[in-house]
Design a binder for this molecule. Structure first.
Ligand code: HEC
Length: 166
């Protein structure tokens, strides 16, 4: 009796060890994501990329922010100021070692731009955008990419503009 129970227990353990990992099924379109659950997470994490993707988005939003100011389209400016913060914060979730160098950028320089947007003050906005631009470059120096200098855009590269804007 005792050995019969032992045999059942052994069978159960052996069965668990051989059970297919439900997470190992291929996922995504045409099953491009393969491997164990852990391996799939690693692949997805790699697809999110590191800080380069965050900065690519930040560069775009910074440019749109500039042109929104030129148009005095303050709602659109606020939209980009907020999305710029989201892009950067998500970048720091993926690369936390970068965050300390952006303390002034996120803590004071970007909020100062938002304040100027709220006031709808073109002169103040421009002054504070210059400070923000300097803050981009300070961080690039601190993070050892001084060969990536940022300056206010001179050419509008996207499709978004108010009727009559340059
Ligand atoms: C954390 C500090 C930090 C701040 C603040 C910062 N950057 Fe960056 N930026 C970086 C780092 C680091 C890289 C290089 C990323 C890499 O090597 O993966 C970079 C790269 C870039 C790139 C190149 C991205 C690419 O791969 O094409 C652009 C564009 C850019 N930054 C724009 C800006 C602008 C505009 C601002 C200000 C609005 C800004 N950055 C503020 C750290 C920062």
């Amino acid at each position: 009796m005792g050995s019969a129970i032992g045999g059942v227990a052994l069978l159960l353990v052996a069965g668990a060890a051989c059970a297919p990992d439900p997470g190992a099924a291929p996922a995504g379109s045409d099953g491009w994501l393969t491997g164990s659950t852990q391996e799939k997470f690693e692949t997805v994490a790699g697809q999110f990329r590191g800080f380069d993707h965050a900065m690519w988005e930040v560069g775009y939003r910074y440019s749109e922010l500039h042109w929104a100011g030129e148009d005095e389209n303050w709602e659109y400016a606020m939209y980009h100021a907020e999305k710029l913060r989201t892009a950067m914060e998500q970048g720091f979730e993926r690369r936390p070692a970068r965050e300390a160098s952006a303390a002034d950028f996120l803590g004071s320089d970007l909020p100062a731009v938002k304040e100027a947007i709220e006031e709808g003050d073109y002169e103040l906005f421009n002054e504070r955008m210059d400070v923000l631009t300097n803050s981009c470059n300070i961080c690039h120096a601190m993070e050892e990419v001084p060969f990536m200098p940022v300056e206010r855009p001179s050419v509008r590269a996207t499709v978004m503009r108010l009727p009559g804007a340059e």
